[in-house]
Design a protein around this ligand. Structure first.
Ligand SMILES: [Ca+2]
Length: 307
């Protein structure tokens, strides 16, 4: 059977590197490239860390591209600086040079080209804002037919968002960060007919990164990927951290762990609820990950990183 073609578009948070690592462990996936969107990161550090991870995992033939799109509401700098820390972790700096190539074109142009040239429709695995996807679709609308589906970490349906009022005054707290960074682009993607499977906060709120799991990762640190993952999770353990991007990405590995539910939705682009994914009768139909077998998911992550 031919492999499932996937293009990854992440935005450089700790979680995004872990999601990329998880994707690379999936044997039935052919990863066509990784685009870094300049949202929850400092982009140079994000691109560098991504390339080093591909090197470490033996995938230096997979190209990385730097998206140059712009958002509307920047991520807090305390979140973004994690990209710089990950890029400096010892295990990612054992070699002087990086083998994985950084393509010359922008991430959005790269996305257009990869989709145009793909031999079959491609799954977009997006763990950041939808801006690069929206810009690529604006440049080359015909690529929509080459997108099999978008699997996306984003949105909050029946729970509060995570753009807290303490960080962003003047909001009502309903937005999720990946939407809030650029709700207009999310709304543009909502206007397409592309299948969207989203992993909203409704689900991720139930799947925390626990001390117990991080310690289990430590006990298998003889595996380089567990060592790196354990370091990354140790970095974020003081925060309320959840399996956001990793939970969304694991769907590609084991969709049977999840139950999906269809909702009719609208992206709010202005006002106090800017960045909200609102349930609206007659709105854009999307599939949301609704339930997950947590035990199976945690075991899967530990197993996949044991390499
Ligand atoms: Ca992310």
């Amino acid at each position: 059977m031919s492999k499932q073609l996937v293009l990854m578009d992440h935005d450089g948070g700790v979680d995004d590197y872990l999601a990329t690592m998880l994707l690379l462990t999936m044997d039935h996936i052919e990863l066509l490239g990784v685009v870094a969107t300049p949202a929850d990161c400092y982009i140079k550090a994000s691109v560098s860390a991504t390339r080093k991870i591909l090197d470490l995992m033996g995938f230096s033939h997979i190209p990385v591209a730097e998206s140059t799109v712009r958002g509307i509401n920047p991520f807090p700098r305390l979140y973004r600086r994690d990209s710089l820390i990950v890029d400096h972790l010892p295990i990612l700096n054992q070699n002087e040079f990086i083998n994985t190539s950084l393509v010359a074109e922008t991430g959005q142009d790269f996305m257009v080209r990869v989709l145009r040239e793909a031999s079959a429709p491609v799954t977009l695995m997006v763990t950041g804002p939808l801006t690069t996807v929206a810009v690529a679709l604006e440049k080359a609308p015909e690529i929509a037919t080459k997108i099999q589906k978008i699997v996306w970490m984003g949105g909050a349906l029946n729970v509060p968002g995570n753009v807290e009022k303490s960080l962003e005054a003047g909001q009502d707290g309903s937005a999720e960060w990946n939407v809030y960074w650029d709700a207009i682009s999310a709304a543009q993607v909502w206007e397409t007919e592309i299948e969207i499977i989203m992993c909203p906060l409704d689900l991720t709120n139930n799947v925390p990164v626990t001390s117990d799991l991080v310690r289990q990762m430590g006990r298998q640190r003889n595996y380089p990927i567990s060592d790196l993952a354990g370091q990354c999770y140790a970095l974020v353990i003081p925060q309320d951290y959840y399996f956001w991007d990793v939970l969304a990405t694991a769907y590609l590995g084991h969709p049977e762990f999840y139950q999906l539910r269809e909702w009719e939705t609208e992206i709010i682009t202005t006002g106090l609820s800017q960045g909200r994914t609102k349930l609206v009768d007659g709105g854009r139909k999307i599939q949301a990950m609704d339930q997950v077998d947590k035990t199976a998911f945690y075991a899967y992550v530990l197993r996949q990183f044991a390499r």
